[in-house]
Design a protein around this ligand. Structure first.
Ligand SMILES: Nc1ncnc2c1ncn2[C@@H]1O[C@H](COP(=O)(O)OP(=O)(O)OP(=O)(O)O)[C@@H](O)[C@H]1O
Ligand SMILES: O=C([O-])CC(=O)C(=O)O
Ligand SMILES: [Ca+2]
Ligand SMILES: [Mn+2]
Length: 645
């Protein structure tokens, strides 16, 4: 600030001098090292470690230059995006088209002779951007994207807010015809190679018509021996950030050595499929081609399709290697005891595996191999309808910068999220990297499971809050895969209804359920794991009259399983389902442990119990002619482990 003395001088001096002294010279700070604004902006960002040359294994500068590496990467991406009919990849250039960098270096898959208009244009590639960069892209270019008060990125998934299982198709060729599960009950709806290629071309042409595409190169499976390299090409920053969070993120070094992906997703979800294409029954198609190692998404922007599409792939690849793939959460106690949490959507895998007193290995997709368990993913996908800080503190705290919040509603000014608001959908979701959970176990692997917990959200209110299962009962309930589907995750489901989904994930399995069941039985036997059935649904009456079992009680039940105290409790046996139920558990009112006691109308309870028993029997009828593995005795026991009345 000018001193008083200066002013008095200025007052007595002439006009010219006065003007000079009124210009404010702030000499107090050190001046900036730039002559122009552009230069100043250039100074702001320094070269990223990820894109600067790194030292090789022996400490020497890697022989391949940065320019060559970039070139190889763009050539690989151009090859991914090549049209199969024009035999040429697009002209690719790295970075955001909004940034003018003089004349860009352009890479091309193969030289074009037969020039089409599309071959003349550039497609910019935004490869493995960081969350901050993806935030900027989303906010600048996707008008449904906003930063909410916790720092998470809220966005909309468009018209679809759940998966579309009826639009998921798998190419049937000679190999898959023999290997996969087809027909009644199977999630694999067939399509032929030609129709797949039509959809692939449609997706590739759509993606190449854009100014820019996002490319994620990432991994699946924390078991290094069985890791799969995946590439996801998408058109939205939302999709890229979602997969950044959900798949395993490569280190800069792993990214450099990434090479050719094992599997590629073409997500052209904003663009519909063509109903005139053979097999298409709507504008949506999610197409898996195992021979080509590709998946094409048309007509749905719901990001869960990518997550679960890759899970389907793992359900094919892993069993081929004698590894069991599981729709389950997984955590580990301080003493190394591992628990698996199976269950259909909304039954509590994420909620119950995220336990402040235990290490989280993963919330949704795992492999069980000779080495133990490993998470397939690098992130979690939590339901957030009615999420509360008190009941689910770790999930609440994970909703911060970097997290994708799908389809939530927030205050337009404060940007506070209202988690109770289901105006957009019941299936609101948060996708965050697993390390956002404070006690995540990184790397996400663990020893063989000690407890196998089957979660069912029973809308009939007749299954006990917890029962101890024999191996045969565990297999019976695993193959049945019962729950009352909670509204929202699968499109078109408005309120809870009884659902049977083999292996607690029939929508994702590729082989016949008995193949997975046989592997589970063998592993549980070999490693002495105990099976449990936990009802996270209704008590004291069916949906409508009863109420959902308090999460606090379910947590106490789960604690008693983990600690081993429940294994040695006193048990009685229930009617119809023949389930062993404990007489008491610390922290849980004993009157709810036997469901009959929680109902005021005994007759209504018995009718409902028989009704559910009938639904189980009816469903299991489809499995009566199958053998579970090579063990005839076990197969018989499993058949006898269902409801008896
Ligand atoms: N007793 C209970 N036990 C478990 N969850 C409960 C209970 N009562 C209410 N909930 C709620 O049920 C929901 C369980 O959803 P969660 O995200 O854990 O499902 P999920 O099994 O991981 O499904 P998906 O495979 O679709 O991700 C949560 O919103 C949770 O708050
Ligand atoms: O896939 C989804 O949309 C969510 C999920 O985890 C499931 O349904 O099992
Ligand atoms: Ca989940
Ligand atoms: Mn799931």
């Amino acid at each position: 600030m000018a001193e008083k003395g200066d002013n008095s001088v200025a007052r007595t001096a002439g006009m010219k001098e006065k003007q000079q002294t009124e210009v404010c010279h702030d000499d107090s700070g050190v001046s900036v090292r730039a002559q122009t604004i552009e230069e100043l902006h250039l100074l702001q960002k320094k070269k990223s470690v990820a894109t600067s040359p790194t030292k090789g294994a022996l400490g020497a500068i890697a022989t391949i230059s940065e320019e060559d590496r970039q070139k190889q990467r763009l050539q690989s991406i151009s090859a991914s995006l090549a049209s199969l009919t024009r035999e040429t990849g697009p002209k690719l250039v790295k970075g955001d088209p909004a940034r003018k960098l003089g004349s860009p270096k352009v890479y091309h898959h193969t030289p074009t002779f037969n020039v089409s208009d599309s071959a003349l244009k550039f497609t910019h590639v935004l490869h493995n951007l960081s969350p901050a960069e993806l935030y900027e892209q989303a906010i600048k270019y996707e008008k449904e994207s906003f930063i909410v008060s916790s720092g998470a990125l809220a966005t909309l998934s468009g018209a679809k807010t759940g998966r579309a299982p009826r639009d998921k198709r798998v190419v049937k060729d000679e190999t898959t015809n023999d290997e996969l599960w087809w027909g009644k009950g199977s999630p694999n709806i067939e399509m032929d190679e030609q129709s797949f290629l039509v959809n692939r071309e449609r997706a590739v042409d759509y993606l190449n018509s854009l100014d820019k595409v996002f490319v994620n190169d990432q991994f699946l499976n924390w078991d290094p021996e069985h890791q799969i390299k995946v590439r996801i090409v998408s058109a939205r920053a939302y999709h890229s950030l979602f997969m950044h969070n959900m798949c395993i993120r490569p280190t800069p070094e792993e990214l450099e050595n990434f090479g050719t992906p094992d599997f590629t997703i073409y997500n052209a979800g904003q663009f519909p499929c063509n109903r005139y294409t053979h097999y298409m029954t709507s504008s949506t198609s999610i197409d898996l081609n195992l021979a080509r190692r590709e998946m094409v998404i048309l007509g749905t922007q719901y990001a869960g399709e990518m997550k679960k599409g890759l899970f389907s792939l793992m359900h094919y690849l892993m069993p081929k290697r004698q590894i069991l793939s599981l729709h389950s959460g997984c955590n580990m106690g301080k003493d190394g005891d591992v628990a698996l949490f199976f269950g259909l959507s909304g039954t509590g895998k994420t909620t119950l595996s995220t336990d402040h007193d235990r290490y989280l290995i993963g919330d949704d997709e795992h492999c069980w191999s000779e080495n133990g368990v490993s998470n397939i993913e690098g992130g979690c996908y939590a339901k957030c309808i009615d999420l509360s800080k008190e009941r689910e503190p770790d999930i609440w705290n994970a909703i911060k910068f970097g997290t994708v919040l799908e389809n939530v509603v927030f205050d337009e000014h404060t940007r506070e999220v209202d988690f109770s608001d289901n105006s957009v959908t019941e299936n609101t979701r948060a996708a965050y990297p697993i390390e956002y959970i404070p006690n995540a176990k990184i790397p996400c692997v663990g020893p063989h499971p000690k407890n196998v917990i089957l979660l069912a959200c029973d809308a009939f209110g007749v299954l006990p809050p917890v029962s101890k299962l024999s191996l045969a009962q565990t297999m019976y309930h695993f193959i049945s895969g019962y729950t009352a589907l909670v509204a929202g995750t699968e499109e078109g489901v408005q309120e809870p209804q009884a659902t049977f989904s083999a292996c607690f994930g029939a929508a994702f399995i590729m082989l016949h359920p008995t193949k997975y069941a046989a592997m589970l039985a063998e592993k549980m036997q070999n490693h002495g794991a105990t099976g449990w059935l936990v009802n996270t649904g209704w008590s004291g009456g069916r949906y409508g009259t009863g109420s959902r079992i308090k999460l606090a009680y379910t947590r106490k039940i789960i604690d008693a399983i983990h600690s081993g105290s429940l294994l040695n409790a006193n048990y009685t046996k229930t009617e119809v389902f023949g389930l062993e139920i404990p007489t008491e558990i610390e922290g849980v009112p004993s009157e709810i442990l036997d469901p009959v006691n929680a109902w005021s109308d005994r007759k209504a309870y018995e009718d409902t119990l028989l009704k559910l028993g009938g639904l189980f029997k009816n469903n299991f009828g489809g499995f009566l002619n199958y053998k579970i593995g090579t063990d005839d005795k076990l197969t018989e026991e499993i058949l006898a482990a269902g409801p008896i009345f």
